[in-house]
Design a protein around this ligand. Structure first.
Ligand SMILES: *[C@@H]1O[C@H](CO)[C@@H](O)[C@H](O)[C@H]1NC(C)=O
Ligand SMILES: *[C@@H]1O[C@H](CO)[C@@H](O)[C@H](O)[C@H]1NC(C)=O
Ligand SMILES: *[C@@H]1O[C@H](CO)[C@@H](O)[C@H](O)[C@H]1NC(C)=O
Ligand SMILES: *[C@@H]1O[C@H](CO)[C@@H](O)[C@H](O)[C@H]1NC(C)=O
Ligand SMILES: *[C@@H]1O[C@H](CO)[C@@H](O)[C@H](O)[C@H]1NC(C)=O
Ligand SMILES: [Fe+2]
Length: 615
């Protein structure tokens, strides 16, 4: 318009903000437009260009979008009052758009949405994957009976699991004690096992009972002191109501399991008690038990582990944590804040994927309702108990591994790889933080940052979780940001990428148990085991869900690969190149190590780690 042309006639002076608005004109469809940047010259022919990064979709419904020139910075470093006001306006706007909602009492809050379209084009993404061939498994949809025998199950497995080496290994070794222990370190849920120097008071075990399973020259007391005794405690499942599936009551147990690190370096289970409160109907199972008692006890533990894996390790620690951080980042850190930019690529997708999970997997008729021991009644109980028990320390890899005593175990590949990836991310984050905060006082004075952590705590975990209540140092901020990035990328890869491999052979991860834990020993024969395990059609339903989740994303973004223009800026670019080189070296080492292992551990190879929780 003539008015717009006028702008070019007079010199512009110093430009602070550019305001953009998308308007649909008659004769043009009302489409979203993607704008990468706005470039302005002070007058025609001027070689100097002022750049206003946009890098986002615009919609006619959004009204004015304000872009600013210049680099990322902290509020205290803004010199122009107008730009400070813009930071505040932007947060007010985001706070209207992105609101908190309670999903389950006692668990972290989630985003308040009624439909996915409310997220707008910038927070949505398309997950593209090749179609899975589920035709075979769907053929079992009407069969509500139990499997008749292991060989029947083997026939099905030979159709769906034959291409997967891990799954084939699981099927060949799932009954062996050493492999049970191996999975606690390198399976799909490597987060629960801990070293213990005392016997848990709830476990009715005496040193004499365990003597046959310990080295001749040693004693339980001595093994506890040396650090060779490990514990799995599923206390979080105690009294969680169990689902009714195909019209039948199912049963959850809350086992305690002791393991011993033997002289061959294997971690083997030596005692299992299936419920928390000791008593005459809650026997202590031992490797020397007759018949199938010991195997069945281990199957109960695996089923309890599957519930904890899905709800606590996968959904809570990666998906919900990512969403919690995403909502508070959008509400409290303006786009110009350096941590907003660093975090968003790792957490942006969590709003959509979690909204979809709540509307499908976790909703009525979803896989939890229909096919998991912890169904829709148990889910809120387990989720809020797991949230109550989460500690900040357990989310920070170096602390977690030391605290659980799994950092020194030679066969602990999750621990070794997690630590290396954590360290690389931590160095990257610390350098990023150092670009913007020259000292700890700047951390303390950054009111946006302090509001962010307060908001995150107010809607996140309770105050005995040990989450920082405020930030005092650059080190604290860097650790916290690393924790988020790690949880949404590497941890998600470790607990997600592995799940199908370990669950394809159903008896290794039964989604529910059809009969209660045995109250006496010696009554279960091999033929009875199938009557404890999931029905035919629900075994297939769980596998179908896992296979759908297992389709590789076509638009996979590996860890620390960034599309946003802001990462191409000089200062950032150097840091990104450095972390990518470190991750590449880790990847090469893991590939090399795995070549020499009978059982490779591929899940934390940085080249397979997705940058954010997208499935
Ligand atoms: C399993 O089969 C039974 C009986 O045909 C049916 O009622 C039930 O809906 C099936 N469940 C699923 C999840 O396919
Ligand atoms: C199958 O097994 C291999 C190990 O040989 C593993 O790398 C791969 O990710 C597995 N999973 C799937 C779903 O193919
Ligand atoms: C066993 O554990 C349960 C649940 O943690 C607890 O309520 C109970 O008091 C414990 N019982 C004993 C005998 O320690
Ligand atoms: C934790 O929260 C409770 C109740 O909300 C409060 O009474 C208590 O003072 C808080 N403790 C700390 C350490 O902030
Ligand atoms: C989740 O796991 C499956 C394999 O089970 C994998 O194909 C998929 O890419 C994983 N997603 C992410 C984000 O790692
Ligand atoms: Fe996931």
């Amino acid at each position: 318009s003539p008015h717009e042309e006028n702008i070019f006639l007079a010199p512009l002076g110093c430009l602070l903000l550019v305001r953009l608005r998308l308007e649909a004109r008659t004769g043009f469809p009302d489409l979203d437009w993607h704008c990468s940047r706005v470039e302005v010259r002070a007058c025609p022919g001027d070689p100097d260009i002022q750049v206003f990064l946009c890098d986002r979709w615009l919609r006619t419904a959004d009204g004015d979008i304000e872009l600013r020139s210049g680099k990322l910075c902290l509020l205290m470093d803004e010199t122009e009052e107008k730009v400070k006001q813009q930071r505040i306006r932007q947060l007010e706007h985001h706070q209207k758009l992105i609101r908190w909602r309670e999903f389950v009492e006692g668990a972290p809050h989630c985003v308040d949405l009624n439909s996915l379209s409310e997220l707008g084009p910038n927070l949505r993404y398309t997950f593209k994957s090749p179609a899975a061939n589920l035709y075979y498994l769907r053929g079992f949809a009407g069969q509500a009976e139990s499997w008749t025998s292991f060989s029947e199950l083997e026939t099905v497995f030979s159709f769906i699991g034959h291409q997967n080496n891990t799954a084939k290994f699981v099927q060949a070794h799932w009954e062996e004690d050493w492999y049970f222990g191996y999975q606690c370190l390198n399976g799909c849920n490597p987060l629960l096992l801990r070293q213990t120097s005392i016997l848990p008071p709830n476990l009715s075990v005496t040193p004499d009972m365990l003597r046959p399973f310990l080295p001749d020259c040693s004693s339980l007391e001595q093994e506890l002191q040396t650090g060779n005794i490990y514990l799995l405690d599923y206390e979080v499942l105690d009294n969680v109501p169990a689902n009714v599936i195909n019209g039948k009551q199912t049963y959850l147990s809350a086992p305690l399991c002791l393991l011993h690190l033997n002289q061959r370096g294997q971690l083997v289970p030596i005692a299992i008690q299936l419920q928390q409160t000791p008593g005459p109907h809650n026997p202590l199972f031992l490797p020397s038990d007759p018949g199938c008692d010991w195997l069945l006890a281990k199957i109960f533990v695996r089923s309890a582990d599957f519930q904890c894996h899905q709800i606590a390790s996968h959904y809570l620690r990666t998906h919900m944590l990512g969403e919690l951080c995403c909502v508070s980042t959008l509400r409290q850190l303006p786009e110009t804040h350096p941590l907003h930019q660093l975090l968003m690529p790792h957490i942006r997708t969590s709003l959509q994927i979690n909204f979809q999970a709540r509307a499908s997997l976790l909703a009525a008729d979803g896989v939890f309702d229909k096919a998991m021991g912890c169904g829709l009644e148990g889910l809120p109980v387990l989720l809020s108990r797991a949230s109550d028990r989460i500690s900040y320390q357990s989310l920070c890899v170096p602390d977690d591994l030391t605290e659980r005593g799994v950092d020194k175990l030679p066969q602990s590949f999750y621990a070794q790889d997690a630590l290396r990836v954590w360290d690389a991310l931590h160095r990257f984050v610390f350098s990023w933080v150092s670009v913007y905060y020259s000292g700890d006082d700047e951390v303390q004075q950054d009111s946006e940052l302090q509001h962010w952590i307060s908001d995150l705590n107010a809607h996140g975990f309770n105050n005995h979780s040990g989450f920082p209540q405020c930030f005092r140092t650059k080190a604290e901020v860097s650790k916290f940001v690393t924790m988020i990035m790690f949880s949404c990328s590497a941890l998600h890869a470790a607990v997600n990428f592995s799940q199908l491999d370990f669950a394809l052979w159903m008896p290794n991860c039964p989604a529910y148990m059809l009969r209660p834990p045995p109250q006496v020993k010696g009554e279960v024969m091999e033929d009875d085991i199938m009557s404890f395990l999931p029905h035919v059609n629900l075994t297939c339903r769980v596998l179908t869900a896992l296979m759908l989740l297992s389709q590789p994303a076509v638009n996979f973004v590996p860890l620390c690969h960034y599309k946003d223009t802001i990462f191409r800026d000089d200062a950032h670019c150097r840091l990104v190149e450095a972390v990518q080189a470190e991750l590449k070296a880790i990847s090469d080492d893991i590939t090399e190590r795995n070549r020499h292992l009978a059982l490779p551990y591929p899940y934390l190879d940085p080249e397979h780690i997705e940058n954010s929780v997208a499935i």
